[in-house]
Design a protein around this ligand. Sequence first.
Ligand code: SF4
Length: 328
Amino acid sequence: MRVMGKLKLAIVYGAICGGCDVSLVNTGEKLADVLEKYDIVYWGAAIDGKADMLEKLDKIDVAIYMGTVRTESNLKYAKLIRDKADLVVAYGACAVYGGIPGLGALMEPEEIMKIVSSTVTTESKEEIDLPEELKLPRILPTCTSLVEILDPDVMAPGCPPGPISNDGLLKVLIDYAAGKKPEGKIIFGEEQSLCHECPRKPKDLSKIVMPGIYRLHEIKLEEGKCFLEQGILCMGPATRAACDMPCIKNNMPCIGCMGPAPGVDDVGLKYLSAIASILLVDKEKELLENGLARHLDKIVDPLGMFYRYTLPSSYITKLSIKRRKKRG
Ligand code: SF4
């Protein structure tokens, strides 16, 4: 590792919406202090340059990857940073877990392209024969997080990452510039679920009773009371405590962007089992007569709800990929 002069920092994109960039830039002066010690050798949003600049670099000290790995080009640059950078950071829910673009993980690429093409409005019906370098990169058979592709050293979850991830990352960058590389893998946040830190948590988390399943517009929310106790789906029980709870504090339930709580392999399965064990547990007779399914049917888009940020790493996606490979 270099100890003299500035270090080389590259910020590289996969399939990204831009929110990660905004979050990083919003750290303001703190980021400016860190950048005293780094030369930005690549960052699409901040410096003029083309992606092949990365290929020309011999070595990068730190690479921050934002976004999901969705196209051949995303994959190429993900592998390239692992080869060239000493420290790789997966920044944001998409890089760490697959995120919102990861919701396409179960669809065939052709299906996705069909939907995208149907939204493009053009007068011309002619196929334009573009030179190779101007063509859109081909999309991969499925959508993957950076974590599934390579082994990042640091993971900063969040959609977008909030103060816990950002402060943690900036500290890692400062330490690294001072010659201290993190020992082992780092994921920012606490080793517990969001419920444990939530100001709305009931006295006894193990005694939550869900009175049914409602959508936000169907009830008048009681501020300060646990969402689950009001029948609103809140992903707190299955989500890592790694944010300063902007949603909860603004009277909105957690949607799980910090990824799985420690010990949770599959967010959707964990959440479904949590819901099944608290839904109408005080109304045994009704459950025996009508069953649980009638109530669970009220969940609109269960896959999108339970796996909003983690579909690529779910068992269901892994199974589907296996089946697709078998079919050839
Ligand atoms: Fe807080 Fe949601 Fe957990 Fe209830 S379920 S304690 S509202 S994070």
